[in-house]
Design a protein. Sequence first.
Length: 276
Amino acid sequence: MSESLQLVKQLREITGAGMLDCKKYLEKANNNLDEAIKIFRSESGKKAEKKGSRIAAEGVVNFYENSNCLLILELNSETDFVAKDGNFLSLAESIGNELLNKNESEAKTNIDEMINTAISKLGENIKLRRFSKVDKKNHVFAYSHNNKIVSMVELEVSDESLAKDICMQIVASNPLSIDESSLDEAVLKSEKDIYKKELDKLDKKEDIKRNILEGKMKKFINDNTLLNQPFVKDPSTSLSKIIKNNQILSFKRYEVGEGLEKKSEDFAQEVYNQIS
């Protein structure tokens, strides 16, 4: 193998860029590998900047852990096709490990570089949307459902089987808080106002309306607080009765793309644009 081809091969292994791009970078760098890597990083940054405004609402969520911490994150791409690509999944894992082993400011430079490289290679906007890192001084467990929903729970007493059940409950039922006392007052007020407007349209006595409102609010609270929700494995009971003397200290739930604007695809127009 000639020296120039060997350099192209080396650059490709380091950067993941295509053969033609590697050849172009090496030509610009006069076959200096270190300079070619710098050019690649500069070009990757420019490509990432151009793609930065494009909607990235697909992707993956997952959890990663070491002996000290557990971390969940959401990494977004533009399409589900890229989200399933092995390179994208490896990127998520690399970012997770970087955040596990360093503080955020120390990890940022490497993560930005990893993402820019992946954007250049995969051709889509990629964003690290959010992450949450919890110390294992308490008992922390996580569960990922097909890389689309991930949950994490922190318990006072270690119980792996219970923790898995709670994590699956969080994934399935999407609670807003642990119990009524931790529910956001603004959320409660908003729901109450909605129910009141509905009841104002009914031709019923005020005491009857009041009883209906109390019932609706109780149901809302039970449906949206983790301890009061019907247990997914046995809807005849609640999670509060399952955990017994244990205590849920905190929980998190990430779902891919929740709250993000989704890209609207007009495939007919796309085909028309290609043939016109």
